[in-house]
Design a protein around this ligand. Structure first.
Ligand SMILES: [Zn+2]
Length: 257
């Protein structure tokens, strides 16, 4: 299994990161993609890559909730890093639109998303998109790019079947499924056959969104097995097939071979 989205570089894991990695390996998680948030988290991600070079891959990007008055400085610093070292990164992310708590920086989020999608094109790196209350803005940005639409994944996808149809009119994207799929009040399970196993990436979004039976606790990569098992039961296929296919999907999108 590949955990395609996990913040195990964060301080939530400072006390026991080595044990978390060991539990992941024991559970059959062979690789973890680390999605970036801001310049400070990039330092933590780089340290994890030094400590676990085979086990983790790095992303770079400015999370929509991190966008405020200094976003242009953060973007130009990341752009400079990419100019020198783009081969070190498997994804631009997490980028996107989040208007759930606050719509103050909506225009800046749109500008930053457009700029970072241009990096995907320039450096030939796929995106990891974070979207909350922002699907219309994201579809509008993707539809008006002045370059080809990059490859990428809509992480923690919680949209509708209609959203999937609208996105597929733009590009052949992947969709990230995490512990939300195991929650009784979520519609994600109904989307699984629409997305199809060949376009699903599994993820934890640790430390958040722990799947049942760990709901409400700190999440960690080992728990992605619960997501895999739940998807298998919903689609009527063997867990090892879900594990293998979603790992292949992640390896293909992020060029992890
Ligand atoms: Zn995340």
């Amino acid at each position: 299994m590949i955990d395609s989205h996990s913040h195990i570089y964060s301080d939530a894991f400072d006390a026991d990161r080595q044990q978390v990695v060991e539990r992941a390996l024991q559970a059959g998680v062979t690789h973890v993609v680390l999605p970036n948030e801001n310049l400070a988290s990039l330092t933590r991600i780089r340290q994890m890559k030094l400590d676990y070079p085979q086990f983790v891959s790095m992303s770079i990007g400015l999370h929509p909730e991190e966008i405020n008055a200094d976003f242009r400085e953060q973007l130009s610093a990341m752009n400079a890093i990419l100019e020198q070292q783009h081969k070190q990164f498997v994804a631009i992310g997490e980028i996107g639109i989040d208007l759930y708590w606050d719509r103050t920086w909506r225009n800046e989020q749109i500008i930053a998303l457009t700029e970072q999608l241009r990096w995907c094109h320039t450096f030939n790196i796929p995106f990891i998109i974070h979207c909350r209350e922002g699907i219309d803005e994201i579809i509008s940005v993707l539809s008006s790019l002045t370059h080809p639409v990059p490859r990428g994944v809509f992480h923690s996808f919680t949209g509708t079947a209609h959203d999937i149809t609208r996105l597929r009119a733009i590009g052949d994207f992947y969709f990230g499924v995490n512990g939300i799929v195991t929650f009784k009040n979520s519609n994600v399970r109904e989307l699984l056959p629409i997305i199809g196993l060949n376009r699903i990436l599994v993820e934890t979004d640790a430390p958040y969104l722990a799947p049942v039976p760990h709901r409400g606790k700190r999440n960690e990569p080992a728990f992605v097995a619960h997501v895999v098992n739940f998807i298998a039961s919903q689609l009527g296929v063997a867990p090892h097939e879900v594990a293998q296919t979603t790992a292949n999907n992640a390896a293909t999108l992020f060029s992890l071979h």
